[in-house]
Ligand binder design. Structure first.
Ligand code: SF4
Length: 375
């Protein structure tokens, strides 16, 4: 126990700088120890089930084709409790990129593109953007990552289709994990509208409790002709999300009774299984740069530099906490963090951990003003 299982590179949760990391096997799972020269050590739990983790980690996996996840705005019409973006930070948001700028980015990208936010449907010129992007690159599959609230109107889904959108990447969580029952109902109506018009849906579900998986098979069965792929993501304790306990990929596989269905994922930290006849990706995030960075979706966040999806999330996280603190608000405080702790025993994710650091201004030239980091 406590032996080093593997070495890797990771990102410091304070400054998002690259640093050395080691996986260590402990009594209650596999932990990633991250050593930042400037901010010291932090620890994240990567898996609860050691055997499950090792089997994945030692299995070959196939890199997916490049895929750009492109935020077109940081504004949003919801306030989800698991939000990891800047949208509801209360601080200033980066300005939306112009259509011309977005087209420049997608023109050069060698793969498919998903437009996300915040919530992309708050942009009034979204249909123009989709039309122009498809006219420019008809070969590029273009999808929309949305919370579905605008798609409750059939005419809106019709307009998306007419603009040339290829499919919808729709978030539908268990009703217990939505902002309200009405939000959930709107999402189901959105799904129904996509079914009516024949627009394909890649369903996305975020969970912070294992029983939130139980309503998934019925949904997949009901909309089997519309839903062509599914991703289930276990929320991690960062951003504004501090679940009372963490769900791991092994928990989901065991709960769904598919623990023996161990098809390789697109990185060692996720698993493809079959559920109600659909291909389902069970996923979580592990801050392992060499294994996640070249393989997962790329996320465009600052200075028009394409960074990894994971690095993007980390940077959002860092900026979010600075902005919240800058406004005199504190993010929700966890009562305990059973799965994330600092090497010194202090809990992670507290603003003081960020603000005590003399290194903070290096990455945040105008604390409280994230625009300095965005074009
Ligand atoms: S998770 Fe997405 S839909 Fe929810 S508040 Fe954040 S940006 Fe908006």
């Amino acid at each position: 126990m406590n032996g080093v299982y593997a070495k890797t590179k990771s990102l410091c949760p304070v400054c998002a700088g690259e640093c050395e990391a080691t996986y260590r096997e402990e009594a209650d799972g596999i932990f990633l120890h991250i050593e930042c020269p400037a901010h010291g050590g932090t620890v994240e739990q990567a898996e609860r089930d050691v055997g499950f983790f090792k089997k994945s980690y030692e299995t070959d996996y196939s890199p997916p084709p490049p895929h750009l996840v492109l935020p077109v705005t940081y504004r949003c019409n919801l306030n989800c409790r698991y939000c990891y973006t800047l949208s509801n930070s209360g601080g200033p948001l980066p300005e939306d990129r112009s259509i011309d700028r977005l087209l420049e980015i997608t023109r050069e990208f060698p793969g498919n593109v998903t437009l996300i936010g915040g919530e992309p449907t708050v942009r009034h010129d979204l249909f123009d953007l989709i039309r122009a992007a498809k006219a420019q690159r008809p070969d590029q599959r273009l999808s929309l990552g949305t919370n579905g609230q605008r798609l409750r109107e059939l005419s809106y889904v019709q307009a998306l289709m007419s603009s040339g959108l290829d499919f919808v990447f729709l978030s539908v969580n268990d009703v217990a994990y939505e902002a309200s029952p009405q939000v959930h109902e709107n999402k189901v109506t959105a799904l129904e509208n996509c079914a009516t018009l024949g627009i394909p849906v890649w369903l996305h579900r975020t969970v912070d409790a294992i029983d939130q998986l139980d309503t998934l098979p019925v949904l997949l069965e009901t909309y089997r002709k519309t839903i062509f792929q599914v991703t289930v993501r276990a929320v991690k304790p960062f951003g504004t999300s501090y679940p009372a306990s963490e769900v791991f990929v092994s928990d989901m596989a065991f709960h769904l009774g598919v623990e023996h269905d161990c098809r390789k994922g697109v990185n060692p930290f996720n698993r493809f299984v079959r559920l109600a006849g659909k291909k389902v990706k069970l996923s979580s995030w592990t801050n392992d740069l060499p294994r996640v960075e070249p393989l997962d979706s790329r996320y465009l966040i600052s200075s028009d530099v394409m960074t990894s999806f994971h690095r993007g999330m980390r940077m959002d996280e860092v900026l979010l906490r600075r902005m919240v603190q800058g406004r005199g608000r504190r993010p929700p405080q966890p009562e305990f963090l059973p799965c994330s702790r600092s090497a010194t025993g202090r809990p992670l994710n507290l603003p003081e951990d960020l603000l005590d650091s003399p290194q903070v201004p290096r990455l945040c030239p105008g604390r409280g003003d994230a625009r300095a980091l965005f074009p």
